[in-house]
Design a protein around this ligand. Structure first.
Ligand code: GSH
Length: 214
């Protein structure tokens, strides 16, 4: 049986993507809380021994250390035969939205939420810039989800699990009340939460939290 160890911190939506995928596939994992706020991922030791890219999450799978959630999600979907898309068109859509998520939605939301909520004096101009970009990205996603239930088609895939991650944290952290601002996105989050075995981020990722400033 494969042993999974997930190096994470609770506020990390990227970690949640992997924790949720493993859970939905009926797997358990050993959570390895990591002191991201204390700067451990910036140390030479971390970068030489755990992840040369200096990032969380890291998933140990059969003793191998894997990084970058998109290829890991695809690997897990192949391994467990779930959430990978059924047809060639769907699999293409999965890749398309995974790339978009990493570049746009998760990339900007992770940075915006971190600055806004977990740093003491964020620069208002930087926040405004990120917010404008996110308003645009959420609008694009909302439009997509008005015509189909999930990102790649009729069934949930790893593209959905990737894109829901940062939007699944509490409103007071993200600064977005999606039920009001982006109703199709809000309804889609509800559909993903209906998947058997679904759990919320702080349920799956326990341990010491970052200081909350807002
Ligand atoms: N594309 C990466 C993003 C990982 C990432 O940015 N992780 C954050 C924490 S959730 C991080 O370690 N950031 C450190 C930095 O940007 O310097 C993935 O999907 O794994």
């Amino acid at each position: 049986m494969t042993v999974f160890r997930l190096h994470y911190f609770p506020e990390s939506g990227n970690s949640y993507k992997l924790a949720l995928m493993l859970t939905l596939c009926g797997q358990t994992f050993e959570p390895v809380w990591t002191d991201f706020g204390g700067g451990v991922t910036r140390t030479t030791e971390w970068r030489t021994t755990v992840n040369a890219m200096g990032e969380i999450p890291v998933l140990e799978m059969d003793g191998e250390r894997l990084t970058q959630t998109a290829p890991i999600l695809l690997k897990l979907s192949e391994r467990f035969g779930q959430y990978g898309g059924q047809t060639e068109t769907e699999r293409h859509e999965v890749l398309r939205w995974l790339f978009w998520d990493n570049h746009k939605l998760s990339g900007y939301m992770a940075t915006y939420r971190y600055l806004r909520t977990f740093t003491p004096t964020p620069d208002p101009q930087v926040l405004t810039f990120f917010r404008r970009r996110l308003d645009d990205f959420l609008g694009i996603l909302d439009q997509r989800l008005r015509s189909q239930p999930f990102a790649a088609g009729d069934a949930a895939t790893v593209a959905d699990l990737s894109m829901i991650a940062y939007l699944s944290y509490p409103t007071d952290e993200t600064g977005y009340d999606l039920a009001v601002s982006h109703q199709a996105v809000h309804a889609w989050l509800g559909r993903v939460a209906q998947l058997p075995g679904w759990r919320a981020p702080y349920d799956l990722l326990p341990g010491q939290r970052l200081k909350h400033y807002v």
